[in-house]
Design a protein around this ligand. Structure first.
Ligand code: GLN
Length: 456
C-alpha cells in the first residue's frame, strides 16, 4: 500500500481502499494460520492484486474509465472478482483503463493517462494500461485485465510483463462491463507464466450467469503448465513442439527492433527443442477493418444502457426525456466512445448492415478458418504482439486510425476466439520491452503456458 501511494504519479490506480485491503489481509492471515495455504487452491491466499476498473465490485466504485459512471457502485461482484476473493487474494483497489476498454494507450481514460514505468514519457499500452503499469512497477504482483482486441497482450508487451487471454468463454463475462460481447474475455497479468497459471485457474470456469460461458470442468492450469511433453528432456523441454511462423506477422511495417527481438525469441524456442514451421494467415490485414466494424457495432448496442436513468451520471438540466438522454450521453462519454457509437450505429443501420456488418461477420469466419488450417501444421503460432515498442505519450491520440492499425497482430486471434499470450522476449528502441505473442488452438491455454514457462 505504501508503494502504491509512493508511485501515485504513474496513474495506475483509480481507487485504493487501504482499510478494506487490510481487513482482507487479516482474513487471509486467519486462513493461512488454519493451514489452508498448503491445501489445493490455497496458493493465492493473501496475495495482493488489483482489478481493472471494468469489473464491477460491490465494495469499491466502478467507473470503466468513464465519466458516465463516476461514483457508480455495483450491487454485486463480477464473477472473476468473486472467484479471486474466494481464492483469498487481497484486492488493493481498481486500476486505470481506457474508457469502456476502447483504446491501445490508456490515453482514453476520463481520469487521466497511466504511464509506462520503464519510461514515464511513454504509454503503457491499453486498454488494460493501469493493470500493466501496476504489475511492471511492482505495485502488485498480479492484476486482472480484459482483452477484446489485444488489451491484455499489448500492454503486457509494452511493459515487459506476462499476460494471457484465454479462449473465449473460459472466464465468465458476468460483471465485466460489456464492450464487444462476442470478443470480450478476462485474463490475468503478472510477472510470469507461472503466476498467470495460478490466477487463471482461480478466475476461470463455467458460470451459468454468462450465456457464452464454456461448460468445462475446473482446470488446473498450473499443473498443465508443468506437465512435461512426451520425449522432452531437461535441456529440450519443448522437444517435438511445432511453432508456426506466419509471414503475414512480419510485414514491412514491423519495426526493426521488434523484428529482431521476436526472431531471437523464436531462436530461443528452437534451442529449447521446438521446430519452426512456415504457416500462412492470409487475412491478417483484414482483421483490422473487420474488428473495427464488429466491435463498434456491438459497443453501440451495449452502451445504449447508459441513458441517465439506470446508471451513473444524469444531466442536470433538460427539457424532456429525449433531451435528457442526449445531454447525459454528450456529457458522460469521451470522444473515442462517441466515435465508436457512431460507427457502430452506422454499420448496423438499414441499408448498410449487409454492406458492412454482414460482410465483416463472413470474413470473421474465414479468419477463424485460416487459423484452423495453420493449426493443422503446428501446435502454437508465435510472432510479435505489436508492430513497435510502447510509443511516446500523445503520439497516438491525434490519429485514431494510426492506433487501430497497431492492433494488427492481436485482432486476428481475438476474432477467432483463440487463446493468446504475451511473454517478454527482449528490448527494443529506447530500452523498451518487447513481447512475443503465442497463439494456441481452442482450450490450449496449458500448452501456451508451458511454452512460455520454458522460455522464462
Ligand atoms: N485496441 C483495441 C480497441 O481499441 C482493443 C481494445 C481491447 O482489447 N479492449 O478496441
Amino acid at each position: 500500500l505504501a508503494r502504491v501511494q509512493a508511485h501515485e504519479s504513474l496513474g495506475a490506480f483509480l481507487h485504493v481502499d487501504a482499510d478494506a485491503a487490510l481487513a482482507r489481509a487479516d482474513a487471509a492471515d486467519a486462513r493461512l494460520a488454519a493451514g489452508q495455504g498448503s491445501q489445493p487452491g490455497g496458493a493465492l491466499i493473501g496475495i495482493p492484486l488489483a482489478h481493472k476498473d471494468i469489473y464491477v465490485t460491490a465494495d469499491m466504485p466502478t467507473t470503466a474509465g468513464s465519466k458516465i459512471l463516476a461514483n457508480y457502485r455495483s450491487p454485486f461482484d463480477a464473477t472473476v472478482v468473486a472467484r479471486l476473493n474466494e481464492a483469498g487474494t487481497v484486492a488493493l483497489g481498481k486500476l486505470n483503463c481506457d474508457e469502456f476498454a476502447m483504446g491501445s494507450a490508456n490515453e482514453n481514460s476520463a481520469y487521466g493517462p497511466a504511464h509506462n514505468p520503464w519510461d514515464a514519457g511513454r504509454v503503457p499500452g491499453g486498454s488494460s494500461g493501469g493493470s500493466a503499469t501496476a504489475v511492471a512497477a511492482r505495485l502488485v504482483p498480479a492484476s486482472t485485465g480484459t482483452d477484446t482486441g489485444g488489451s491484455i497482450r499489448q500492454p503486457a508487451s509494452f511493459t515487459g510483463i506476462t499476460g494471457i487471454k484465454p479462449t473465449y468463454g473460459v472466464c465468465s463475462r458476468y460483471g465485466m462491463i460489456a464492450f464487444a460481447s462476442s470478443l470480450d474475455q478476462a485474463g490475468p497479468m503478472a510477472r510470469s507464466a507461472e503466476d498467470c497459471s495460478l490466477l487463471l485457474s482461480a478466475m476461470s470456469g463455467f458460470d451459468e450467469r454468462d450465456a457464452t460461458s464454456v461448460q468445462q470442468p475446473p482446470q488446473d492450469f498450473h499443473a498443465q503448465m508443468l506437465q512435461a511433453r512426451d520425449g522432452a528432456t531437461a535441456a529440450q523441454p519443448l522437444k517435438g513442439l511445432r511453432i508456426g511462423v506466419a509471414a503475414e506477422f512480419f510485414p514491412q511495417g514491423l519495426s526493426a527492433d521488434v523484428n529482431s527481438a521476436v526472431r531471437q525469441g523464436l531462436a530461443e524456442l528452437e534451442k529449447l527443442g521446438a521446430t519452426l514451421v512456415d504457416v500462412s494467415l492470409p487475412r491478417t490485414e483484414l482483421a483490422i477493418p473487420v474488428y473495427y466494424i464488429i466491435a463498434p457495432a456491438e459497443a453501440s448496442s451495449n452502451l445504449s444502457r447508459f441513458d441517465g436513468v439506470r446508471f451513473g451520471h444524469r444531466a442536470e438540466k433538460y427539457t424532456d426525456l429525449l433531451d435528457m438522454y442526449k445531454k447525459t450521453r454528450a456529457e458522460g462519454f469521451g470522444p473515442e466512445v462517441k466515435r465508436r457509437i457512431m460507427i457502430g450505429s452506422y454499420v448496423l443501420s438499414h441499408g448498410y448492415y449487409d454492406a458492412y456488418y454482414l460482410q465483416a461477420q463472413k470474413l470473421r469466419r474465414m479468419i477463424a478458418d485460416d487459423f484452423q488450417q495453420a493449426f493443422a501444421q503446428c501446435d502454437v503460432i508465435a510472432g510479435p504482439v505489436a508492430p513497435s515498442v510502447a510509443w511516446k505519450a500523445g503520439e497516438g491520440s491525434d490519429d485514431p486510425v494510426k492506433a487501430y492499425l497497431a492492433d494488427i497482430f492481436t485482432l486476428p486471434g481475438s476474432l477467432a476466439g483463440l487463446p493468446g499470450m504475451s511473454v517478454p522476449v527482449g528490448f527494443g528502441e529506447g530500452g523498451m520491452p518487447v513481447g512475443l505473442q503465442l497463439i494456441g488452438n481452442y482450450f490450449k491455454e496449458g500448452q501456451l503456458l508451458h511454452t512460455a514457462h520454458a522460455l522464462q
